[in-house]
Design a protein around this ligand. Structure first.
Ligand SMILES: [Zn+2]
Length: 79
């Protein structure tokens, strides 16, 4: 059994610096997030699968567990 993933991540808006605690889905990636303060639509940086990997304090659960996620859904996870 893999260790439980951390499902809360603090997203920091790169535009205005506003930080908000968001709960991540355990088995999916969140590719877009709208900043609650400045309404900037955050998108993942190149090479990152989701906004939590780019702007969050904690990376998304699939990445925490080194599993394949939305970037390559047809590849079975290496074990
Ligand atoms: Zn913002």
């Amino acid at each position: 059994m893999p260790a439980p993933s951390t499902l809360e991540s603090v997203l920091t808006c790169p535009h205005c610096g506003f930080a908000s605690t968001e709960t991540m889905p355990a088995d999916a990636c969140v590719c877009f997030h709208e900043c609650a303060r400045c309404r900037t639509l955050l998108r993942p940086k190149a090479g990152d699968c989701c906004v939590f990997c780019s702007y969050g304090s904690v990376k998304c659960p699939p990445v925490q567990q080194a599993r394949a996620c939305c970037a390559d859904p047809d590849t079975p996870p290496a074990s």
